[in-house]
Design a protein around this ligand. Sequence first.
Ligand code: ZN
Ligand code: ZN
Length: 387
Amino acid sequence: MPILNRVHELQTEVAGWRRYIHENPGLLYDVEHTADFVAEKLKEFGCDVVETGIGKTGVVGLIKGSKGEGQTIGLRADMDALPITEASGVEWTSKKPGLMHACGHDGHTSMLLGAAKYLAETRNFKGAVAVIFQPAEEGGAGALAMIEDGMMEKFKISEVYGMHNKPGLPVGQFETNKGPSMAAADEFKIFVEGKGGHAASPHHTIDPVVVSAHMILAVQALTSRETDPLHSLVITIASIHGGDTHNVIPNTVTLHGTVRSLLPETRDFAERRLKEVVSGIAATFGAKAEVQYERGYPVTFNHPKETDFAVEVLEGIVGEKNVFQGTPPTMGAEDFSYMLEKRPGTFINIGNGNTAGLHHPAYDFNDEAIPYGISYWVALTESALAN
Ligand SMILES: [Zn+2]
Ligand SMILES: [Zn+2]
């Protein structure tokens, strides 16, 4: 199925919604403005059910097909923005200072709304499609909040599909891979406690700055010397806080970082060895150390059968040469992973063309991608629910 005329006709309208959402960004769960807009549109399209307040501010619309009973598939978009001051220079720049749609969730929401409008008009499928609009993708686990509110059971969702735009990939192209496609992301804090004192008399102190320096270097050996080089692991200590001036050795230092992994055993290994190395080094210097380790988003795992199916659908829209399979995973994270833990499905990238990168102040979603995104949702629904 190439891009349909009706989908082309929708582009201007959908781009208008996208720019309106872009002007009115919200952080994490604070996306009421967008959620209200989405719910109003879904009702206007004639969705059979429109439910708000799932996972605090999430919205689900249910559209039943006209070809009889069948399963329900879930299509998911995200609605939240980022705490970045916009520098894109576009006419539809954010009206909220310090907040902007720098990850293209405005585009994801609008494309799914466009698909909902088309699918509610045509209903050329069996069963039903649930269009899922989630809050708090950027670190707030909004997908998990919707799952914990019973979304999967309530709407009897049997498969789930997600899509993210990708700067640098030409418009009209898609990419995906089977298995792990994005990393598990964990967060840790290390509290090092020494004994402060005069900087000129270090022998009377236990210097937590020196102890921290040993820890920072030692944890890098976990990735370079203890992990199979083919099992990806990142340990980044991105923040160090300790001391106020040049001539006082502080009592404490706090380190703050992230662990990224693609396999459960690598994740377990990193958590265990990080704690062991930190406590061993603290003991070596007579200091104390505590590690607070919090597991965040799980690995985004693309189920093989559903990924093959999505690729087949995409090839039908843009041709084989514009669909890349086997794209290497990245160590970024994505909370659609929670939905893929509960139901089979897949997450794909859609080309955003030559724009600024994600989370960059100059980024803007590319409205040229809209017909491709809508076509994917529509063709996926009509194929998955054909029989
Ligand atoms: Zn993002
Ligand atoms: Zn994003």
